[in-house]
Design a protein around this ligand. Structure first.
Ligand SMILES: CC(C)(COP(=O)(O)OP(=O)(O)OC[C@H]1O[C@@H](n2cnc3c(N)ncnc32)[C@H](O)[C@@H]1OP(=O)(O)O)[C@@H](O)C(=O)NCCC(=O)NCCS
Length: 457
């Protein structure tokens, strides 16, 4: 059985259709047919399962979401076409909400098929945090050939999901009634954002994830609707989110760039995006970095730097069309270094004022089926802004620091002023696109260099 969006709309009044009443609990969101292919797949050894997944991917048998605008124009968005988002292909010149603030917000949660229930995840409970980590590490995005998976740490999830003023009910989960197994998740964290000249309180939506065995059964739209209801209940009606697939309608489409720090390991694990025609020796030489950073006054951020960073960011990020409006508390949350989560460095001038800041976060990745390597450490550039040092110089030192901390690669989007150093510092463009979206807000599209916001997921 799947959970159709239309039925969800019809359920607004709370009445379930007769056919659903008859539906036996145990059949909900289960594959149909006499032989359960998941059970058959499950019976195979893990290695065999991965081979099958890889083959399915290679031959594109599965239902793929559009990766380009061209493909998107041929796709029918059964769910997104019902949502307050701009239509693909519309030329937009106005600014503002698409659906004006609804007067009443539905009081009851959206209904789930029998056998499933809603939960809000209290991540201060270490057992719950571990459960979420388990769901994401087994089911969140994988690399295209299915050999590299995210390996989020507990501390990373706390950082990414427990920002100031976050609400418990915005960490939304679906569980199986009978055994309480976690099978779906979506999160919203509060944020202030400037969109062109408008300052908006909204939410950042992240970590949408459905258990692999319940894919393509329309659980994602129900998660999105229920989260929207919970956000609306707090008087907020807009959201910002990113995705690797094209949905209606990207505000901006950015590319992910990689800068190898440990080319030997990346070559050994066949990391996508390395320069193809280089031997190992050539790559080691090409990507070689100095041992120590050069910029005078560069040091790790301490708590007392938060006000200085706050004013630097306020000044420097306002030139972009989409940028965060951070409180002092949020600066501390997102920037203050946490062991194995994120790192921030500042440049302090002779008179003690902060002139530059650079910050990155780290995500481990698991390498599957490799005889030697089990993991990779990737650093992601969160923000780099400078009032005194040349950006490329500051970034070069950042590469040195990231390497000294054991990262194998540093990834950056072509947002903000990043294109000024990407090629110069030997980043290579990957085929990964990150599309930015706004929910219930229309405004002219932006080029990547007008985006001043990176959303860690
Ligand atoms: C993303 C994911 C939750 C979608 O679930 P699914 O089982 O494939 O899809 P469902 O049948 O539940 O729902 C399909 C609908 O969700 C939409 N959808 C799929 N991925 C989406 C995304 N990342 N953001 C928003 N909507 C998405 C589809 O467009 C479709 O709606 P449409 O009919 O309007 O096109 C699931 O594939 C998953 O967990 N993937 C791994 C984690 C991941 O990549 N998360 C997204 C990070 S950006």
């Amino acid at each position: 059985m799947s959970f159709s969006d239309q039925k969800q709309m019809d359920d607004e009044s709370g009445s379930l259709k007769k056919s659903n009443k008859k539906q036996k609990k145990e059949n909900a969101w289960r594959p149909e047919g006499p032989r359960d292919p998941f059970a058959m797949l499950d019976a195979l050894p893990e290695k065999k399962q991965q081979e099958i997944q890889k083959a399915l991917h290679l031959f594109s048998l599965g239902q793929c979401l559009p990766k380009t605008l061209q493909e998107a124009k041929r796709h029918t968005y059964h769910f997104w076409d019902t949502q307050p988002v701009p239509k693909l292909g519309d030329s937009i010149t106005t600014h503002g909400p698409i659906a004006e603030g609804e007067t009443s917000v539905r009081k009851e949660p959206y209904s789930l098929p029998p056998g499933f229930c809603w939960d809000s995840l209290d991540l201060s409970n270490s057992l719950v945090l571990r459960e979420l980590c388990g769901l994401l590490n087994k089911n969140y995005m994988e690399d295209d050939d299915n050999t590299i998976r995210f390996d989020f740490s507990l501390e990373y999830l706390q950082w990414a999901l427990q920002s100031p003023n976050g609400l418990l009910q915005w960490l939304l989960a679906v569980r199986v009634d009978s055994n309480k197994k976690l099978v779906g998740f979506i999160a919203a964290v509060p944020a202030g954002i400037r969109i062109y000249e408008t300052m908006k309180q909204l939410v950042q939506v992240k970590f949408l994830c459905v258990h692999k065995k319940l894919r393509l059964k329309r659980m994602a739209p129900v998660l999105i609707r229920e989260l929207t209801r919970r956000v609306n209940q707090q008087g907020l009606h807009q959201a910002v989110y990113t995705a690797g697939t094209v949905l209606p309608t990207p505000l901006s489409s950015c590319s992910l760039w990689h800068r190898p720090l440990n080319p030997r390991k990346l070559m050994e694990v066949n990391f996508p995006g390395l320069r193809q025609k280089m031997s190992l020796q050539q790559a080691i030489k090409f990507y070689c970095l100095p041992e120590v950073p050069k910029v005078q006054g560069l040091r790790p951020m301490i708590k007392e730097d938060a006000p200085g960073i706050h004013s630097l960011l306020q000044k420097n990020l306002s030139k972009f069309h989409l940028s965060p409006l951070l409180s002092l508390q949020e600066v501390e949350h997102w920037f203050l270094p946490r062991e194995n989560v994120n790192d921030t460095y500042v440049v302090e001038g002779d008179d003690g004022t902060l002139t530059d800041v650079v910050s990155f976060y780290g995500v481990s990745q698991r390498v599957l089926n490799h005889p030697v390597h089990t993991g990779l450490r990737a650093a992601y550039l969160l923000c780099i802004t400078s009032a005194a040092t040349e950006l490329a110089e500051l970034m070069k030192d950042t590469l040195i620091l990231a390497k000294s901390k054991g990262f194998d690669v540093l990834c950056a989007l072509d947002v903000m002023d990043n294109t000024s150093f990407l090629e110069k510092l030997k980043f290579t463009i990957s085929d990964k696109r990150v599309h930015y979206y706004l929910y219930n807000w229309t405004c002219p599209l932006m080029s990547p260099d007008k985006i001043g916001l990176v959303l860690p997921n």
